[in-house]
Design a binder for this molecule. Structure first.
Ligand code: EPZ
Length: 418
């Protein structure tokens, strides 16, 4: 199993480009199931989760061909629209094939995704709206078994602005008969990117990026030709890597507007941030203030940057109260940071980080989930001495060559086979 070895304490500097967004690419690839033929996606990041998605699409009678960051998907009708447990268990986002398969073929059998390290990850907000659109759904032997002659448009109000639930229902509603109005939907940039792709396929959809999306169902969609938006979470992680090392870094090929919550918090801590049309630059700062954050649906502070921001707060002046309001168990990085000398007290959804500049020391630590991996790498960058991060298969799910990008900014970091 690979490990990442860091000898930190050096300020990062230079320019680095963000890759395409994992959390945009996954629903986009599943949207291809809505139309048979040749789809082409550009700016697709090279990640384990994309590999898992290709595996599932291949299982569903689709051919995939990758050339660099371009991914071509040739969709044909599956003999049997089934997403089996052995594939779904590798990536919970596989549940996003449910809406497209049901809408296109009138039936789908998809393994329940199960929970993961950060929470139980239920899918009731995927299932109930599909039932409102007329699907008959049973849960049997760990599978969601769904049937519908033709889904019929409805007004649906989500109990919570679920990202995946919004995506699944947007895709299903695109082929409904009649009009679907979705209220209290997620407003993430990845939702907007999916709507743009669906519109390019012939879907009649409006309101994306607001809390209400209206979709006029059509009888048929055509293959997608779409370029994936930049990954705002990777871009934010790179900015936080610069911040925690007292560095001066420009992140290019990103969307500053998608990073407003983080940029505002970094400015409030005392960092000087400049932005351009497709770049964000953070200037060196040698002592920053602690600040509180509550994670929230977009445009609030993203839960996917909570762990990385916590690493920054371990080096701040003062105490920071971090409240995780999206997932029930997204503080597993706290114990690992504590092993490096961080002073953090935690009660269920609230962690209080007592900042102590220079208080971290290199140590062997274990990644527990994707964003915790990034958090521990950032902590390692902040402190002299050697930090060894194990179980970095978590990291490879969602970051494309992160260690190479950081080394390009002057970090002493490398991947080793343990
Ligand atoms: C997406 O997950 C992202 N994943 C997550 O990124 C991200 O953290 C999350 O949105 C929130 O922004 C992808 O896009 C592939 P949700 P998703 O449905 O869709 C509860 C990363 O690190 N909920 O908005 O699963 C759920 O338990 C990953 O890149 C229900 O109760 O998130 C959670 O508490 C991690 N019932 C909250 O809503 C449901 O049916 C947010 O879930 C669905 C969700």
């Amino acid at each position: 199993m690979d490990v990442i070895v860091i000898n930190g304490g050096k300020a990062l500097s230079g320019t680095v480009a963000a890759s395409g967004s994992k959390n945009a690419a996954l629903p986009l690839l599943f949207a291809s199931l809505l139309a048979e033929g040749e789809h082409r996606f550009d700016n697709v990041p090279r990640l384990k989760d994309i590999d898992s998605t290709e595996l599932l699409l291949n299982h569903l009678n689709c051919k995939t061909h990758r050339t660099g960051h371009q991914l071509a998907v040739t969709v044909k009708a599956p003999e049997d629209p089934v997403a089996p447990y052995e594939i779904v268990r590798k990536m919970r986002a596989s549940i996003l094939c449910l809406g497209p398969l049901l809408a296109r073929y009138g039936k789908a059998k998809v393994s329940l995704p199960g929970g993961c390290a950060i929470g139980s990850r239920p899918i009731n907000l995927h299932i109930e709206p599909l039932q409102q659109l007329g699907a008959h759904i049973e849960i049997e032997n760990g599978y969601v078994i769904a049937e519908a002659k033709r889904l019929v448009g409805e007004r649906i109000v989500f109990d919570f602005a679920t990202v995946g639930g919004t995506e699944n229902i947007m895709m299903a509603a695109s082929l409904c008969r009649g009009t679907t109005v979705l209220e209290n939907v997620a407003r993430e940039p990845e939702i907007v990117d999916l709507a743009c792709c669906l519109r390019g396929m012939g879907a009649q959809i409006e309101g994306e990026g607001t809390s209400v999306i209206t979709i006029e169902g059509v009888n048929e969609l055509k293959p997608a030709q779409h370029s994936v938006i930049p990954d705002r979470i990777e871009a934010g992680t790179l900015l936080l890597a610069a911040a925690i090392t007292g560095g001066d870094v420009k992140v290019v090929q990103c969307v500053p507007a998608d990073l407003h919550a983080l940029i505002n918090k970094l400015s409030d801590c005392g960092f000087e941030i400049e932005t351009g049309p497709d770049w964000v630059q953070i200037k060196a700062c040698h002592q920053w203030q602690s600040i509180d954050i509550d994670t929230a649906p977009h445009p609030g502070f993203p839960t996917d940057l909570q762990a990385q921001f916590m690493a920054l707060m371990t080096q701040a002046s003062g105490a920071s109260v971090i409240t995780e309001k999206i997932f029930e168990n997204r503080f597993m990085h706290v114990q690992e940071l504590a092993r490096m000398g961080a002073n953090i007290s935690q009660e269920t959804q609230v962690a209080v980080v007592h900042g102590n500049k220079g208080g971290l020391s290199g140590a062997p630590v274990m990644a527990t989930d994707l964003r915790a991996s990034a958090c521990l790498i950032l902590a390692g960058l902040a402190t002299a001495g050697e930090t060894v991060v194990s179980r970095i298969y978590h990291l490879d799910r969602g970051y494309e060559n992160l260690e190479t990008k950081l080394a390009g900014l002057g970090a002493q970091i490398e991947r080793r086979s343990a």
